[in-house]
Design a binder for this molecule. Structure first.
Ligand code: HEM
Length: 461
């Protein structure tokens, strides 16, 4: 972005430059974690889309306007670094895409081979198979706890694709984690560890337990990799793990060391599982509240519903633009992901606003997605807005998958899983929601576990 002025140390900002409004308050962290939606809306109303806070300590500037978001998300190696708490960075470990800006581009393009494009197309039959099989276990009529029901299926889809692990009892024999249930528990502890704020490496803290879970998962992945390497004919297209192992075989000195492979399997599962589960359950919830869209969605499904096969192909997924619009509108109204944090390593000036070295920037979809200049009637769920052929919206106005240098590597996979899941639901189930759902707001936005919905199956899967 050429109009970002990066100041040399000691350089005076141009005359007329001002810092963002609002004085940081010591209560900001609590207020934000307790209810990020309310925190963002309240301050947006009072101060506009850029304001100072003390969320997570120090001075933290929330940015929601497209230009400021673009500035925040593209400063790597020039004026920003990742600004996450030390506990989170320790949980990531040194092989994440966040730790080594110098290796970021090289690692990201190597990983993309197994997470986007042809690879995702190749995963489609497996994704279909697991979703259909697991939906068969849903009651034909009755109540289900929405988030856990969706989350269980997403786990069964993603673990084989990302860790290369089969989820049968027989598969776990001889491995250090002995069942799918145990794997799920350890994963949950690992995930929570990223958000433990107390930095003590003790089993008494969320962070300490997270580190232990991380070590257990690494040991597990080492055993999985050992087993996988002893198998003949590795197929690089079968899953993300195989892609990395085949690349390693072809170029032993390349990006894919054993340690990077073990870590990346875990990191991709960390990045995807609760996010996709949050998205699919929030989509069901939004549709339950807006049943007026079901007729159009089902009409769109009719030509792709094949009674002989339950597989929805990649080509067919391109034929459901309205479904895609409802998913995009769900991501706008209920973005699962928490914020993207960057720390300024240099002071910068953009649009006469000074952002000082040492401050943290939070690019916040909760602000960006409700700005009326980009989204008319931002509080209503209007999927058609994503169908309209309007002048292209600034891509930094809509950031459910972040943007810029660290834009989500799994956006395409996430959309494919969500569209296949949603298509099977539309083709086979009706559902109703009765009351507004309670949401967990942090670290990810998701419907609380105890929220039930009523479903009824009208087709045999
Ligand atoms: C609905 C699902 C998802 C949402 C909402 C989501 C959201 C995001 C966001 C907001 C970022 C940017 C973070 C930042 O800039 O600090 C991000 C980055 C990332 N996501 Fe996703 N994500 C999703 C699914 C996935 C999946 C399925 C994968 C992989 C299997 C994945 C892998 C990644 C990776 C590796 C990055 C870091 C990229 C980099 O540093 O260059 N995500 N995601």
């Amino acid at each position: 972005m050429s109009d970002v002025l990066v100041l040399e140390t000691g350089q005076t900002p141009p005359t007329g430059t001002q810092t963002p409004p609002r004085e940081p308050k010591w209560t900001d962290t609590f207020a934000y974690i307790a209810n990020p939606d309310q925190f963002c809306r309240h301050n947006l109303k009072q101060y506009g889309p850029i304001f100072k806070t003390s969320v997570f300590g120090g001075t933290t500037v929330f940015v929601g306007s497209a230009r400021a978001v673009q500035m925040a998300l593209n400063g790597d190696l020039r004026y920003t670094e990742i600004g996450l708490p030390q506990t989170t960075m320790t949980m990531f470990g040194e092989y994440s895409l966040f730790q080594r800006p110098d290796l970021h581009r090289q690692r990201k393009s190597a990983l993309r081979v197994g997470l986007a494009g042809q690879a995702v197309q190749g995963y489609i039959p497996k994704i279909n198979h697991v979703i259909v099989q697991r939906l068969q276990a849903w009651p034909t009529q009755g109540e289900i706890a929405l988030f856990p029901a969706v989350e269980q299926i997403c786990f069964d889809v993603l673990v084989p694709l990302l860790l290369g692990v089969e989820l049968s009892d027989a598969y776990f024999q001889g491995l250090p984690i002995m069942s799918k249930t145990e794997l799920k528990q350890v994963y949950k502890t690992f995930f929570d560890g990223f958000y433990g704020l107390l930095p003590w490496r003790s089993p008494l803290t969320t962070f300490g337990r997270g580190l232990q879970a991380r070590a257990a998962l690494i040991e597990f992945m080492q055993a999985v990799i050992h087993r996988r390497k002893s198998e003949a004919n590795l197929d690089p297209t079968s899953d993300f793990l195989s892609m990395m192992l085949v690349s390693q075989e072809a170029d032993p000195e390349g990006v894919f060391s054993n340690t990077l492979i073990e870590n990346q399997c875990l990191l991709q599962l960390w990045a995807s599982h609760y996010e996709i589960s949050g998205l699919v359950s929030s989509w069901m919830y939004q549709l339950g509240h807006h049943p007026e869209h079901f007729a159009d969605l089902r009409a769109e499904q009719a030509p792709i519903k094949d009674t002989a096969s339950s597989t929805i192909t990649g080509e067919q997924l391109k034929m459901v633009p309205f479904l895609e619009a409802t998913i995009q509108e769900t991501l706008r109204t209920l973005p699962p992901s928490s914020t993207a944090n960057r720390r300024l390593t240099q002071s910068v000036v953009l649009d006469s606003i000074l952002y000082e070295k040492g401050w943290t920037l939070i690019a916040e979809p909760r602000i960006a997605h409700i700005l009326p200049e980009h989204f008319s009637h931002p509080d209503s769920y209007q999927p058609h807005r994503f169908m309209e052929d309007i002048s292209p919206r600034d891509k930094y106005a809509y950031i459910p998958f972040g943007g810029g240098v660290h834009a989500c590597l799994g956006a395409q996979l996430a959309m494919v899983v969500a569209k296949i899941f949603a298509s099977h639901l539309l083709q086979n189930f009706e559902w109703h929601v009765q009351s507004p759902a309670p949401f967990v707001q942090f670290p990810l936005k998701k419907i609380k576990d105890n929220y039930p919905i009523w479903i009824s199956q009208f087709n045999t899967l």
